[in-house]
Design a protein around this ligand. Sequence first.
Ligand code: AMP
Length: 194
Amino acid sequence: MRLILLGPPGAGKGTQAERLVETHNIPQLSTGDMLRAAVAAGTEVGKRAKAVMDAGELVSDDIVNAIVSERIDQPDCERGFILDGYPRTLVQADAVEAMLAGKDMKLDSVIELVVDDKALVGRIIKRAEEAAAAGKPVRKDDNAEVFDERLREYYKKTAPLTGYYYAKGNLRTVDGMASIDAVTEEIERVLSGL
Ligand code: AMP
């Protein structure tokens, strides 16, 4: 199963992706996680991405497309994968399509988690507080100021993807305001109908 989770920052994509990993035994491909790992490792990509990520803006399509293309060639992606936080622009969406076509693969579904804007910033602040309380590193972009920019980037560059996938007949929407368990159930219901 090849799945894209779409939705603004704080919609719950990462949380739901982790559950899908358990249930379907396919990897979660989070470009945010991959980029954070590159920043932490101090690689060339990490050095180029760091300031952009800290400002809440999007890293260049070329960098992200290259990371994903390499990742989906790994053996653990043969049975499928969950794309979390990618694609985020129309250029990336075209790139995924080309990547998959080149590997004789196709996308099964795009699930959009729909959450009110007002709830999003609260979730991001809560995530930062929980990480701090657990002694885990707090993401530099999980604060109210940077969140505003992340949401602006989402509306400007990522929101058009819902129309793109709707037109292709791939888009399914799920109410992301429901409880975590209810959202998981709804996603599973969508997937069982594929
Ligand atoms: P996330 O963990 O998905 O919230 O991503 C954190 C940050 O990583 C974003 O604000 C961007 O700066 C960068 N990033 C993650 N995925 C992408 C992507 N698909 N395209 C461009 N930038 C990305």
